[in-house]
Design a protein around this ligand. Sequence first.
Ligand SMILES: *Cc1c(COP(=O)(O)O)cnc(C)c1O
Length: 407
Amino acid sequence: MTISEQIIAQTEQYGAQHYKPLPVVIAEAEGVWVTDVEGQRYIDMLSGYSAVSHGHRHPRLLEAAKRQMDRVTLTARAFHNDQVGPLLQQLSEFCGMDKALLMNTGAEAVETAVKLARKWGYRVKGVPHDQAEIIVCDGNFHGRTTTVISFSSEELYKHDFGPLTPGFRFVPFGDVAALEAAITPNTVGFLVEPIQGEGGINVPPDGYLAAVRDICNRHKVLLLLDEIQVGLGRTGKRFCYQHDGIEPDILILGKALGGGIFPVSAIATKADLLGLFVPGEHGSTFGANPLACAIASEALHVIEDEQLAERSAEMGAYLLHRLQSIESPFVKEVRGKGLLIGVELKPELGGARPFCLRLLANGVLCKESHEHVIRFAPPLVVNREELDWALERIEAVLMAEDMPEKM
Ligand SMILES: *Cc1c(COP(=O)(O)O)cnc(C)c1O
């Protein structure tokens, strides 16, 4: 057995099989490159689902983390710490919002947004108690907690985990008429991803969010945008909603906010919304800890200083164009924005995983998204040479004479 095989066997023996990772065991990483335990090098075209947008072990982020580790790392919310205030101001200004609330994981930030929208419904909109409804989209992904899976449309995510949390309604993604029809006097919010990441890199029709914003305004419904995966430069703008020239009522962030080092998530709102929480209503032991704050602050500075959104737009346009010009017999469609690109394979091929395995064997790390789609989402610091290196291998796999074997 190789070292990789040993570690995979150990992981399977002592762990739960709740996920099906590709058979590669990463030991080290730097920038867009990772190295496995056998010393094999790969280009990372997944970036931890956008959590590693800054590239692995960005020197400025490591430095910020080390500096803070030598000072204080955790106080819990019982006390103030000197990193929170500056980060809250920086993050609010970065988002064009008035206030922010820090949590750890993305799912926790989504939960926070759901709680806040419901509270607003009761206190401001006047919805009768326990009657609040939130509209979500088919094919959404917002995390894995019990309430969040309650409004997943994916049976696998929820079928054995009920009873589920009530108060959610589904509409098709990208369908404004269906949204308007689903609104009732008890609707408090519409929760949506500007581009569905886990759902298969689904890009809605142009103008979708602008129309959604208008509907929400007219019916007094909050717009909750989950930018955990698509925000912070990923799609070629600081926030994906900026492509539509609108603003959300509640912006939900995570993943890249922690610079690929630490889980940091947040929601940001105008003052009158986050001002609704009163002491004792919400919390988290690790939320807003000084280490997380120091890292998130530097992560935001790096996004600005290195113009990661602009780079994502430029490199993403190049990658999209190159991928679209591969005349592969396997490919149905190539789509995306910035450095979030999906290559959808023809459904009769039976799924993208065998292609991801073959890409892995060729030194390119990526993961299927929703069965038939290969997602390409490298760190935003990727340069053209590195993309060319990956493209040469992607082209070889997509133009191969034979189909990769299923595994
Ligand atoms: C990853 C993700 C989440 C959940 O974040 P976790 O940190 O895994 O809890 C929520 N929404 C979207 C759009 C995501 O991509």
